[in-house]
Design a protein around this ligand. Sequence first.
Ligand code: BGC
Ligand code: CA
Length: 317
Amino acid sequence: MKMECSVVHTENRLEDMYNKLINQDDNELSTEDHSPHSHPPTRLKSIIGPSVQTYRVTAMILGVLCAILIATIIALCVRYNGLSEKHVVLSQNSSETHSNLQQLQDRYDSITATLMKVQKNFQEAVSAKDQMQRERDREKQTKDLVMREKEVLMKEETKLLARITELGKNCERCPVGWELQNTTCYLFSVADSDQRLSWSQSREECRKSGADLVVIDSQEKQEFVSRTMKRIGTGSRYWHITGYWIGLRDVHTEGVWKWLNGTELTRGFWLDGEPNDQYSTEDCAATYPKDNLLKTWNDAPCGYNLKWICEKNVREN
Ligand code: BGC
Ligand code: CA
């Protein structure tokens, strides 16, 4: 607009100059044309005509350029406004995105904390499970031990029940404290008593009860006597005083063993190396609690103090 005004101003000035020149020409060249309103003379026109045209063209071009400039500015303004709106929208979006990101970060932190707790709980649960497993193993071992002990006790109970039955039967047929085997009652002088006697004194004790020292003339009797001795116990840690006198001697002829009824021994259940008649002093036989039920006899001096076994027939009812 400013440029347009300047052009108009310049045009006015040129008009003024033109008028002055016309007037001058009129004064100087009055012969050619005296009318104040006639057109400038051809010479003057030829001098100033092209300059005005140029100005006008230039002014027009400038005007067009100004219009283009204004249109461009307007277009840019419109474009700028559009971009500003987009910028605002993008800023809002960016803000929302930032907010969402922050929320996600918070949730991530929360989930991480929860995960840590869950891991801790899991570790505690695993430890508790291991502890329970160890306790369960211990309980199982204890249970197995108790079961084994129970089995032992049950076997013991079975034996005791059998023994009770046996004792019940014996009560009627043998004196109290005597053992019944087939048709014979046996008395074992008890292991936990300190009472021990010589062979002759032992026999005397048996006779007082209407019995005599035992005659072991069969394997069945030997096994019965051995099992009973083991059940009663040894009564001492010195094996040579754990023996029980039996009714067998070789007092008349050394090496010829005879039972109380005078019958000669046919099968002996001697310990290995016995009878050895140690120091030529051993003429009486005794039986001892041993693991091998068929090797339990030894010859010992008849004056030794040992325990004894009596036998007598069952009572006749
Ligand atoms: C011997 C026996 C003997 C016993 C006497 C043992 O050491 O081996 O043969 O009869 O002593 O107590
Ligand atoms: Ca001996």
